[in-house]
Design a protein. Structure first.
Length: 133
């Protein structure tokens, strides 16, 4: 468009051609922008749905595993795990993303960087710890 405008200013193309092409290019730009906006909205909705499904699976994984037949258990494990290593006594799972992040948070009890929104009085163990200080 910039080059065509330069050609219009220099007289290489006439006003009528410039007006017609400029209108056509603006229409194409609008169609592309509408398509891009639609893609962004669809991706955000899909991502939210994927996050919801992932969290639901993480929440129900144990229950699903113990209540399913071996074929369904294998399918569940394939969707959550990448690999497992065994040292003869213990099994060490390697989780798929984003289950690896969920596992790390649970293991370290790092759920939030801020105080719980549902504040409750401290339990007996916290009261005893404060009294002993």
């Amino acid at each position: 468009m910039d080059r065509a405008y330069d050609d219009k200013l220099s007289g290489a193309i006439d006003e009528e051609f410039w007006n017609r092409k400029s209108k056509e290019w603006r229409g194409e730009q609008q169609q592309i922008q509408i398509a891009l906006n639609g893609l962004n909205e669809a991706n955000n909705g899909d991502r939210l749905l994927d996050v919801k499904r992932t969290l639901e699976l993480a929440n129900k994984a144990h229950f699903l595993y113990v209540t399913q037949n071996p074929a369904e258990q294998a399918r569940l494990l394939k969707s959550v795990l990448l690999n497992c290593s065994i040292d003869g006594v213990s099994v060490y799972p390697t989780y798929r993303k984003p289950f690896d992040l969920i596992f790390k948070r649970v293991k370290n009890e790092e759920w939030s960087g801020r105080e719980d929104l549902n504040l409750r009085p401290p339990g007996p163990e916290k009261v005893a710890a404060t009294l002993s200080c």
